[in-house]
Design a protein around this ligand. Structure first.
Ligand code: 3HC
Length: 334
């Protein structure tokens, strides 16, 4: 299965000599570290790659509210509930910044949403797993937001201005999310044996799906080579995954949790952890719509879109009325 999913395009990028003058000037700006802004010329494949990546990212933020939303009414204390509410609200905000960044590339939010609901756009594989216990909320904050930040800190340096600026704000909020997740895990690990077992069960289920968030291994990644040449991506999928493992294993050890990987071992020579192989068949099954919660997530988003139709219509009608009123209002005397 995995072998069939290996790259189909962009194994190599054009050299500067192979580019036409406009494309070459564009690539030279990227190489010099300049940001590309919305009204400036860009190759069509660069624009399309950005629309794909930014919209998938936006969809991930929005779908990502669902597994945690499941626990808002069941948070163990009022304080935990208020924190979780704020976090889930932040994710909606991240979705909005990202849809706005995508819109600067000439696509409408309605079109992007239509692609998601029709199953033509992806969102992060991680959100197709269920949240079975309160410890899962800790594991999501710590591991899932931790993995997201590992990638997004790099994306602050991405070559497209609006995406890079959205990332700066998102990263500030994500780091709070990561800490609140770790705080939940710390508390559980310092609690009763049953609470500690809940925390261990959560890392057992979320560890591998978190490693999958970084995408297929570099040799199977379709877009990485070109995206890195355009500095849309700064580090490769495997580089980010390795950094995440190196950062997270000591955090697990500090609170007495065991990472569920028998092949995990410190490599003195590389000053990094060696770790086991991700189950890529599982990853591609989730991408194909066969994860534990894919159908449930899409059904929830579709219902939310349909239930919100009256509100979107009311907003548009109100905006039209306000614009008409403004156009016909007498001009105030100086
Ligand atoms: N889940 C779903 N699809 C994934 C995936 C994942 N974890 N990893 C890769 N894919 C998809 C790619 O989108 C691509 O599919 P496509 O051609 O249909 O678009 C295919 O698998 C091949 O992968 P590539 O490595 O070639 O794809 P990319 O170069 O786009 O790299 C990526 C994948 C690293 C996820 C990159 O798109 C990226 O950095 N995206 C921005 C960050 C992002 O989307 N994060 C979502 C995380 S969740 C989040 O931020 C919410 C927070 O609240 C936790």
């Amino acid at each position: 299965m995995y072998a069939q999913m290996v790259k189909t395009d962009a194994d190599r990028v054009k050299s500067l000599d192979e580019m036409d003058p406009q494309e070459r000037a564009f690539q030279q700006r990227i190489d010099a570290g300049e940001k590309i802004e919305p009204k400036e010329w860009m190759p069509e494949p660069y624009r399309k790659t950005l629309v794909r990546q930014i919209s998938q990212h936006a969809h991930s933020e929005v779908v990502g509210q669902l597994p945690e939303g499941n626990w808002i009414t069941r948070a163990p204390t009022l304080e935990r509930k208020a924190i979780l509410l704020a976090k889930v609200q932040d994710e909606a905000g991240h979705g909005l910044y990202l849809y706005c960044a995508a819109e600067t590339l000439g696509v409408s939010r309605d079109d992007l949403y239509e692609q998601l609901l029709a199953g033509r756009a992806k969102y992060s594989s991680i959100f197709n797993y269920p949240t079975l216990s309160w410890a899962d909320i800790g594991a999501i904050g710590w591991l899932v937001d931790g993995a997201a930040i590992m990638n997004q800190v790099q994306l602050q340096k991405t070559s497209y201005g609006p995406y890079s600026r959205a990332m700066i704000r998102i990263c500030k909020e994500e780091s709070f999310h990561q800490r609140q997740g770790y705080d939940i895990m710390m508390k559980l690990c310092a609690g009763t044996a049953e609470q500690k077992a809940m925390a261990q069960d959560a890392i057992d289920r979320w560890w591998w799906p978190s490693l999958m968030m970084f995408g297929p291994s570099d040799d199977a990644s379709v877009h990485s080579v070109q995206s890195m040449a355009w500095k849309i991506k700064i580090l490769s999928n495997d580089e980010l995954r390795q950094r995440f493992v190196d950062q997270t294993v000591p955090q697990a050890e500090f609170i007495g949790l065991k990472v569920p990987d028998p092949d995990l071992k410190w490599n003195e020579k590389r000053q990094s952890y060696d770790f086991g192989e991700v189950d890529w068949d599982e990853f591609f099954q989730v991408l194909a719509g066969n994860g534990p919660c894919n159908r449930e997530r899409m059904a929830s988003r579709t219902r939310a879109w349909e239930d919100g139709a009256w509100f979107r219509e009311a907003l548009t009608a109100h905006a039209d009325k306000a614009a008409k009123r403004k156009a016909t209002a007498p001009i105030a005397a100086e």
